[in-house]
Design a protein around this ligand. Structure first.
Ligand code: NAD
Length: 277
């Protein structure tokens, strides 16, 4: 089945399934991204922090796929929240990628204690990038409800997406609900909990029942909940497997059982966004 698009609150469309390149070494990135493009992925999620934007650009340029067919996301690195730093950092992102725009640019972390938590002026700077057309859409990552409420109170633009940690061990319902109620698309990072959910007995039992792999079942669970996902792998067979999730369905009971694996904060694998700086 084809990958559906999600329409963002600014009218732009994003493929619901993409390819994430966190922790892919620069030397392996061209091969991995090219493998993904060959399989049919048309959405790449990178970040300044990952150190592989240059290789993402190179992979696209040397592939059969044209730039305009690929949705590219990058993110502002931590420590560059002040407007002038953000402008320089964004210039470097476009430079490294070798393109005149990204499809989506995100504030990577709210860093609510750094610079007196002034991520609002950072957000105003991203709005500037959108006005210039150099970022077609802008959004945030790892924003908790109070951070989103502050943007709503102090600025005129609602983020197009909020990219947060979501997987069966951290279903993150409170933030997802706020996103949904305010027209913000949720992107689920570490959708497989970096592999940790793949041998859960509930997941493996459902996988056996539907004749799919545990990774496919977990990714299918995400897309049926409406979230955007971009699993990471450098293994061509897995890159291919993770793409084949639009030709089967989980029933409501299966979706509920996987959601029931939620461990709340104990299931979080990454930093806590309220305190991380
Ligand atoms: P993930 O949940 O996508 O897991 C990737 C790992 O799962 C792989 O390294 C491999 O070990 C395993 N795996 C993948 N496919 C498999 C398969 N079919 N069968 C068995 N094992 C498989 O983890 P991730 O890379 O952390 O998250 C995905 C993407 O999310 C990242 O690449 C990045 O783009 C994004 N991300 C964003 C943030 C953020 O702060 N915004 C943080 C982390 C990740």
């Amino acid at each position: 089945g084809a990958v559906p698009d999600i329409t963002l609150n600014d009218g732009n469309k994003i493929p619901q399934l993409g390819f994430g390149v966190f922790q892919i070494e620069p030397k392996d990135t061209v091969a991995a991204v090219r493998a993904a493009l060959e399989v049919g992925y048309r959405h790449i999620d990178t970040a300044e922090m990952y150190g592989n934007e240059k290789e993402v650009g190179e992979a696209i340029r040397t592939s059969e796929v044209s730039r305009d067919e690929v949705f590219i996301t990058s993110k502002l690195n931590n420590g560059f929240h002040r407007p002038d730093d953000a402008r320089k950092a964004f210039d470097s992102t476009l430079d490294a990628l070798g393109f005149d725009h990204v499809d989506l640019f995100l504030i990577h972390w709210p860093l609510p204690t750094l610079y007196d938590g002034d991520f609002v002026s950072t957000w105003q700077t991203l709005i500037e990038f959108k006005r210039e057309g150099r970022a077609r859409s802008v959004g945030v990552s790892n924003f908790q409800v109070p951070h989103l409420e502050r943007l709503a109170a102090e600025t005129d633009l609602v983020p197009a997406v909020n990219q947060i940690e979501v997987h069966p061990y951290l279903t993150n319902e409170e933030v997802r609900r706020y996103d949904a109620e305010h027209g913000i698309a949720t992107e689920a990072w570490s959708p497989l909990a970096q592999g940790a959910v793949l041998d859960d007995p509930v997941v493996t039992e459902i996988a056996e029942r539907v004749g799919r792999t545990p990774a496919q079942v977990v990714l299918r669970w995400h897309v049926q909940r409406g979230d955007i996902v971009f699993p990471k792998s450098v293994t061509p067979k897995r890159i291919e497997e993770n793409f084949q999730i639009f030709d089967f369905e989980l029933d409501d009971e299966q979706v509920r059982r996987i959601s029931g694996l939620d461990r709340g904060e104990a299931g979080r694998t990454g930093p806590q966004p309220d305190t991380f700086d």
